[in-house]
Design a protein around this ligand. Structure first.
Ligand code: ASP
Length: 342
C-alpha cells in the first residue's frame, strides 16, 4: 500500500514570489508552489495538500493558527502516515515547539520545513527540503511503524527535534541549529536516523490540548537595564508569566529593585522562568551568587530549554493547568523532549 502524506501549507518564503516592480517577497498560493515542483508527482506515494487560509509570512504566526495546524493533523491523523507543514523559517521553531506541546503522544511524524529562497528561483533550497521532508514523513521501520514520532524540523540535510531548534542564520541555507540536542537524522545519499535520539513517548494515544494563554512576556537581560522600564511586564494584571533570558548559567545583576519586583509578582501568582542567552549549556541557579536569589524567589530554572520552547510551553501550561503550582510542576518536567530532565 502506498504511504499517505498530508502537506499543510501556511506560507513562508518557499511559496513566495517577488513583486515585479518592488522586488518585495510576498506569500503566494499553493498551486504556484505545486507547479514549481513537478518532482512531487513522481513520488511513489499519495500526497494531498491543504492550505490554511491565506498564506502568510511566518512573522504573522500566532497561537490561533497553531491551533488550526494542530486541528488539521488531529482531523486527518488516522488517514495519513505523516504530515509535512510548509512554514516560514522565521518563526518555525516557535510553531514546531507549540505543536509538540499541543500534540503529545504522537505516533506519526509531523515535519516542519520551508526554505531560504523561494521555490521558483534557480538556486532554491526549497525543493530538497520539501522532497526529503515528505520522504521522512512517509518513512517506516521494518515493523511498519513510523520512524519519527514527534514534531521535527527538516532543513538543509538535517532533521532536528522541533522544540530543541532555533533559527541561527538569516541568510545561510543552514538556517537552524539544535544546540543542546543531537540531530534526529542526516540526509545524504540515504537518510540516516539517530535512533537513540528519537522521542519515545510513554503516552499510548494522541493527546490534543490546543489551549494557549498568550499573557506571557519575554525579557532579555542586559547590563544596566532599568527595572522601572520593566514594571509593566511583572504586573499580574498584564501577564501570567515572564521568561527571562539571563546571562551565562542563569545570572542577573544583583539589583534589589528587580528582585522586589519579582517577589511581588510571584507573590501575586506570576510565574518566572530563567533561561540562558547562551546557545549551548544550561541554567544552574545557585552556581554563582548572582543567581542564588532567584532560587529564594521561586524562579523556575529552564535548564537547557530554548527560548522558543520556553515561551510556547508556558503558554501551553497556562492554558491547560488549573493552578500556578501545577504550571510550575509541569514546567520542571520534560513534556515532549524539550529539556534535559536532570
Ligand atoms: N519571512 C519568511 C517567513 O518566515 C522567511 C522564510 O520563510 O524563510 O515567512
Amino acid at each position: 500500500m502506498k504511504s499517505k502524506v498530508l502537506l499543510i501549507y501556511t506560507g513562508g518564503t518557499i511559496g513566495m514570489i517577488e513583486h515585479p516592480e518592488t522586488g518585495v517577497l510576498t506569500a503566494f498560493d499553493f498551486d504556484h508552489l505545486n507547479k514549481q515542483i513537478p518532482e512531487l508527482s513522481k513520488l511513489d506515494m499519495e500526497l494531498k495538500a491543504v492550505s490554511l487560509g491565506m498564506p502568510i509570512d511566518s512573522s504573522d504566526m500566532n497561537p490561533v493558527i497553531w491551533q488550526d495546524i494542530a486541528q488539521q493533523i488531529v482531523d486527518n491523523y488516522e488517514d495519513y502516515d505523516g504530515f509535512v507543514v510548509l512554514h516560514g523559517s522565521d518563526t518555525m521553531a516557535y510553531s514546531a515547539s507549540a505543536l509538540s506541546f499541543m500534540l503529545q503522544g504522537l505516533k506519526k511524524p509531523v515535519i516542519f520545513t520551508g526554505s531560504q529562497l523561494p521555490i521558483g528561483t534557480i538556486r532554491t533550497d526549497g525543493k530538497e527540503n520539501l522532497i526529503t521532508s515528505i520522504e521522512i514523513a512517509a518513512s517506516k521501520d521494518s515493523d511498519g511503524n513510523a520512524i519519527v514520532r514527534e514534531v521535527a524540523i527538516y532543513f538543509e540535510y538535517s532533521l532536528y527535534r522541533g522544540n530543541r531548534t532555533t533559527k541561527v542564520s538569516a541568510n545561510a541555507f543552514e538556517a537552524f541549529l539544535s544546540p543542546n540536542y543531537p540531530e534526529l537524522a542526516i540526509a545524504g545519499v540515504d537518510i540516516r536516523y539517530n535512533t537513540d535520539a528519537l522521542l519515545k513517548t510513554r503516552k499510548r494515544q494522541l493527546h490534543f490540548n490546543p489551549k494557549m494563554d498568550d499573557r506571557v512576556a519575554l525579557m532579555k537581560i542586559f547590563p544596566g537595564f532599568s527595572t522601572k522600564v520593566y514594571e509593566g511586564l511583572f504586573d499580574i494584571e498584564q501577564t501570567r508569566a515572564v521568561v527571562i533570558e539571563s546571562f551565562g548559567s542563569g545570572n542577573v545583576p544583583n539589583n534589589s529593585a528587580f528582585y522586589e519586583l519579582i517577589e511581588q509578582y510571584t507573590g501575586d501568582g506570576g510565574v518566572v522562568i530563567n533561561t540562558t542567552q547562551c546557545y549551548t549549556g544550561n541554567v544552574e541557579q545557585g552556581k554563582y551568587a548572582n543567581s542564588t536569589t532567584f532560587n529564594k524567589l521561586g524562579v523556575i530554572s529552564g535548564s537547557d530549554i530554548t527560548t522558543e520552547a520556553a515561551i510556547t510551553k508556558i503558554m501551553y501550561l497556562l492554558g491547560n493547568c488549573t493552578s500556578t503550582d501545577d504550571v510550575k510542576a509541569h514546567f520542571e518536567q520534560s513534556l515532549a523532549g524539550e529539556k534535559n530532565e536532570g
